[in-house]
Structures are given as C-alpha cells and as structure tokens.
Design a protein around this ligand. Structure first.
Ligand SMILES: Cc1cc2nc3c(=O)[nH]c(=O)nc-3n(C[C@H](O)[C@H](O)[C@H](O)COP(=O)(O)OP(=O)(O)OC[C@H]3O[C@@H](n4cnc5c(N)ncnc54)[C@H](O)[C@@H]3O)c2cc1C
Length: 508
C-alpha cells in the first residue's frame, strides 16, 4: 500500500503554523477531515453558539485548503466510525493531528482512536500546538519549555498537496457536500447571538475564521493594546481594550506561537512606551493560558473533582443533590435576576454576546461560590456553554480557583457592590444591560450580602485551618504551582479583589 496521509482537524482551524498539514504535504496522497461528533454536540459544555462559530470557521478553511489542492471532508459521526468508513474510500496509512487537552469525552475519544489506529496499522502522530506538555513529570523547567516552543520558527503553509486524480475527482463530486447547517445538526436556531450593537469597532460580533483572527490580533497589537492594563477590569473598557483573541485561540484559528511572536515583534518595533507596556502585560497572559491548561492535562479529574479533596462535600451539589432552594438561587444567577445589578448585567452581557472580561467572570463565579454557596460544577457548566472561548483547562482551573477549592490560593471574594462602584461609577454598563433597574420589575436581592459572606468565610476558614487541609496544600502546590511566579504557597488569608487587575490570576 502506498503511503497516504489524513489530516484530522480538531481545535486547530487554520492554515498557518500547522505541523500536521505541513507533514501531509510530503505524501503522495493527502486528505483533510473534520468530524462533527455527537459526543461533542451532546456534551453539557456545548452550546449552539459554539457550533455556529465552528461552521463559520470551517467554511473559509475549506476554501483555503481547496486552493492548495487539499479537500476538507466534514463528516458527522463518532470518530472511529467515521475513520473506518473513510478508510474504505481512502486507505490512509498515516493520521496527523494536534494534541488536545479536552474534557472527558474527547479524552475517551482519543483513547478509542489510538486503539483503532493500532488495530488498523495506521500510524497516528500528534503535535503540540500550545505550551502544554504531555506526560510532564514535574513543573520544574516548564516555563523554559514553553519559551522554547513559542520561540521556535512557525511552520510554513505548504504550497500544495498531492492526490491521485481519480480520488480527487471523487472527492470533489460525491464527498464534498455543503457544510451541514445548524438545523441539520439539530441545533436550536435563534440561540447563537454573538452580536453586541454597542461595540463601535464591531468586536462584539466576534468574526470567525483565520483572516478575522489576524485582523483582531493586528488591531490589538497596533492600537487597542494602548492602556491594556487599565482597560482590563471595567466591562465597558475591556470590550475593546482586551485582545478579544480567546475564541480564536480556543478554536485554533491562530496558534499561540503566532500570537506570541507577533506580540514580541510589536513590543520590539513600537516607539510608544505605553503601547509596549500594555503589550508586555498581554504577553504575560499568554503564558497563563498554557499554565492553566497544563493543570487539566496533568490532572484530568479537576473537571469534576476539587483540587483539594479536603473540601469535598463542603457545598451542596458536591456529592449531594441540590435542594430546591439551591436550584432557585442557581436559576436566578443563570438568568441574571439575582437583584444584584452588577451580577445581573454581567450575566446578561455574557448570555447575549458569548464574552465577558476576566474580572467580571471572576466576580460571577465568586458570587455563585460565596454569596450563593454553590459548588462550582453546575455554574461552571452553565458558563462553559455561554463562553464562546470555552477552553476546558483554563475554565475548570479558574472555576475552582475563584471558588476557593484549590486548597492553596488566597480566597478572592468580589463584592458586586464594590465592583459596580469601581468599574461602572456612572452606571452606564448596568443601565445598558439592566434597563428595568429602579422599577418594580427588578427583583430584590436574593441573599443578604453581609450575612451570606460571613457564613461562607467562616466555613472556609474552618476547613482551611484543619491539619488535613494544611497537609494537602503542599502536595497541590508541588504538582500544579507555577515555578515562575515566585509566589510561596498561599496561606489562608481572604483578600478582597484588588483594584487593579494585574494580580488577577495570582498564579498557582
Ligand atoms: C471562571 C473563569 C473561567 C474562564 N474560562 C475561560 C475559558 O473557558 N477560555 C478562555 O480562553 N479563558 C477563560 N478565562 C480567562 C479569561 O477571562 C479570558 O481568557 C479572557 O477574558 C478572554 O478575553 P481576551 O482574549 O480579550 O483576553 P486578554 O486579556 O486579551 O488575554 C489574552 C489571552 O490570554 C489568556 N488569558 C487571559 N487571562 C487569562 C487567565 N486568567 N487565565 C488563563 N489565560 C488567560 C487567554 O488566552 C486570552 O485570550 C476564564 C476566567 C474565569 C475567571
């Protein structure tokens, strides 16, 4: 059998800096595939807005690949079944893809594909596409590895691909039907809104695809990064003042290396010191992206389980059923009707646009975890569906960090009242998203802030002071802590969230 390659696109929907594509270009026959998997569509983190965005990314990618002679098949089905069926038509000997740090379903899928490849005698090669290191033994040296990967030369886009004429003809006729629509995929229509009319540069619209990703990157590097560090915290300024690259990184329309190198080049090139200052702050965030993803890679169970096992069972929903009252509080939070205007405004922005800045994400979670005393899993699933940029490693690590279940981080509790005063002193943001405020239609606060917080702190302090909790913290810090931050393992102090957002992650 002559050698032939199948490029399996996953969360890497681009031409540039794509090692599997470049490798396939050396083969006498190559084909590309994207599988829309029922396991993904049915997963509790998936929302029609993700599916819509995916389809919008696939369309231009398909055109770019076709221009270089590589047909991209888009099939719906379980991965091993799709691969099996395709192999009957196109007997590929090599399967090329990027590594994925995903949730349980994609991990299970990858194991099944590995087994299938072994049985079929297909050689499956996976390349890293971020700073996440597979089978990492220890966090020592991780930052150096990250730097080395990010500084390596990007992989050039192949000039063209080869394919036997017969197969090409067959591909172009029978095998390349139109992309499926949302309706074909059983996705409810009308729930995919990404539009935010208030954004003058149209960033609320979050354009999908590789070209759009480059435009967003360059508008940020050229001008929007000016004042980045000042603009991070307020939901009004952050809309344009943050890079807005997260969905592109999550779906891989840009590689992390491309963003890193373009940022370093922009810092080098600009004579504007304020712009350079903003860009350096941004460059640090890119490390965080991979630092947080590495935690899920190293410990996949953090998607379901507390980092600190000594907090197990502390809140309802953690090994126990939610009571009706908990469910009601959760529903009010999800629907943006808690009676706390800043919380409700943020939730409504998120639901309408699929994006929210870091500070306000953290405030929403802090409110669910401390004021409403809810375990992070259910709120985390809800937010995962809302975030267009859902990235499992960042998401679940952050959910736990903001809920105080990592066992090692300083407890960070955000007061929605203080956040409203600090970040929206004129009430512009709140009025935009909660127009009924001040009328009878707006609900009373669903909890008493002061007593809810006092009770939450008491329980957490008590738990953290136990010898078991203290004993566990060292092991968690050893496994997941950043060696770069220079931070000692955090103690049990509760801190109010800082006024400036630079300490947002307090890396652990
Ligand atoms: C509870 C919670 C859940 C989150 N879930 C996600 C998620 O699913 N996907 C996601 O991409 N980000 C997540 N974040 C991190 C952060 O809020 C977003 O990355 C950021 O708001 C995206 O907007 P941006 O691209 O304009 O960010 P910028 O401020 O421009 O940052 C640039 C990039 O750096 C990375 N980054 C920034 N902040 C962080 C951070 N704190 N931790 C890790 N990486 C960071 C992201 O890749 C981001 O795109 C979460 C934060 C919280 C508090």
């Amino acid at each position: 059998m002559s050698e032939s390659a199948l490029v399996w696109f996953k969360r890497d929907l681009r031409m540039a800096d794509h090692a599997p594509l470049a490798e396939a270009a050396h083969f006498n026959a190559a084909l590309a595939l994207f599988i829309i998997e029922p396991a993904w569509l049915g997963s509790p983190e998936c929302h029609p807005r993700h599916v819509a965005w995916l389809l919008e990314c696939l369309a231009p990618l398909r055109t770019s690949l076709a221009q270089r002679g590589l047909p991209l098949l888009v099939r719906v089905g379980e991965a091993t079944e799709v691969l099996m069926e395709l192999r009957r038509e196109f007997p590929f000997t090599h399967l090329f893809s990027h590594e994925e740090t995903g949730t349980g379903w994609s991990y299970t899928r990858d194991k099944a594909v590995a087994r299938w490849c072994q049985v079929q005698g297909v050689a499956w090669t996976e390349w890293p596409q971020t700073g996440v290191v597979r089978r990492l033994k220890d966090r020592r040296g991780w930052a150096t590895l990250w730097q080395k990967r990010m500084d390596a030369l990007p992989v050039p886009v192949p000039a063209g691909f080869r394919m036997p004429i017969d197969f090409k003809r067959a591909c172009l006729s029978d095998l390349l039907p139109q992309l499926p629509t949302l309706r074909d995929l059983g996705q409810p229509l009308g729930t995919t809104a990404l539009w935010n009319e208030s954004t003058p540069l149209g960033l609320g619209t979050q354009q999908a695809g590789e070209d759009a990703a480059h435009e967003v990157l360059h508008s940020f590097l050229r001008e929007r990064a000016l004042g980045y560090r000042r603009h991070l915290s307020s939901p009004l300024d952050a809309e344009l003042g943050c890079s807005r690259l997260s969905a592109h990184l999550a779906f891989g329309t840009l590689s992390m290396r491309t963003v890193h190198q373009a940022t370093e080049a922009a810092i080098e090139a600009t004579p504007n010191r304020e712009l350079a200052y903003g860009l350096r702050g941004f460059a640090g965030r890119l490390r965080w992206h991979c630092h947080f993803m590495q935690k899920l890679e190293d410990e996949p169970s953090i998607e379901w389980r507390n980092f600190a096992r000594t907090v197990d069972g502390l809140r309802p929903g953690d090994g126990t059923e939610l009571q009706d009252a908990d469910r009601e509080r959760l529903a009010a939070w999800c629907e943006g009707r808690t009676g706390f205007p800043m919380v409700d405004a943020c939730m409504r922005q998120l639901r309408a646009t699929g994006w929210l800045n870091f500070r306000m994400r953290a405030m929403l979670v802090s409110f669910a975890a401390y004021h409403l005393w809810l375990h992070w899993r259910e709120p985390g699933l809800f937010l995962a569906r809302q975030f267009l940029d859902f990235e499992p490693g960042i998401h679940w690590s952050q959910m736990q960090m903001q809920s105080g279940t990592t066992g090692i981080n300083t407890l960070r509790i955000y007061s929605p009242t203080k956040q409203a005063l600090d970040q929206d002193p004129q009430g512009l943001y709140i009025r935009r998203w909660v127009p009924e405020l001040g009328t009878r239609a707006y609900p009373q606060p669903i909890v008493d802030e002061r007593s809810a917080l006092a009770e939450a702190k008491r329980k957490l302090y008590e738990q953290r002071a136990t010898p078991e909790a203290r004993g566990e913290a060292g092991a968690i810090q050893q496994k997941h802590g950043s060696r770069r931050s220079g931070l000692p393992p955090s103690g049990v102090r509760a801190r109010k969230a800082p006024a400036a957002d630079l300490g947002q992650g307090s890396l652990f």
